[in-house]
Design a binder for this molecule. Structure first.
Ligand code: NI
Length: 181
């Protein structure tokens, strides 16, 4: 956070199938795995293009079809909220390491994109899947999750949150598992 690429809109990709984009996507998956994270947007590696990668591990809940979401790349993604329902949950971001906060997101969305393979996927996503896609797409518009937060008192260092929960005798201390994206 603080790098100019993170707070400006990214440019559409003219041709997602060219070798340069394949290379960039491979680098992004590698960066995401190394971090480790569950999602990454090109502006987070200082490339101002509309590309995101993510995955939804099985333990993070299932998508609308009841399946784990494998490693996915979306080029020029577009999101359409399905309904007005929103829910708040804790989020972290690789661009704000060690921090987390409660962020309201649409519960259910439809997204469309293109891929480096030339496909044009369209999907309905719910819950955690919908959250990750909204978080990553925000990066393409120069929006970081604190800018979406409704209550900044829930923003802080994950380590302090764990300490506070332990001091309060909170049984959920082991359940605060913040994934960065
Ligand atoms: Ni992020």
């Amino acid at each position: 956070m603080g790098h100019p690429a993170l707070v400006q809109p990214a440019a559409p990709v003219a041709d997602p199938t060219v070798p340069e984009i394949h290379r960039l996507v491979a680098d992004m998956f590698e960066t995401m795995a190394d971090a480790p994270g569950i999602g990454l947007a090109a502006p987070q590696v200082h490339v101002p293009l509309r590309i995101i990668v993510f995955r939804v591990p099985g333990e993070r809940g299932e998508d609308a079809d009841g399946e784990e979401v494998p490693h996915t790349v979306l080029v020029n993604p577009e999101i359409e909220p399905l309904g007005e329902d929103m829910e708040s949950a804790i989020e972290g971001c690789l661009s704000l390491p060690g921090m987390a906060g409660m962020v309201p997101r649409y519960t259910r969305i439809r997204y469309r994109a293109t891929t480096p393979e030339g496909a044009a996927p369209e999907r309905v996503a719910e819950g955690y899947h919908a959250r990750v896609v909204q978080h990553e797409c925000d990066h393409l518009d120069g929006i970081l999750y604190p800018m979406r937060m409704a209550d900044l008192s829930t923003f802080g260092y994950v380590e302090e949150m764990h300490r506070g929960m332990a001091a309060g005798g909170d049984d959920e201390v082991g359940e605060l598992d913040v994934a960065e994206a």
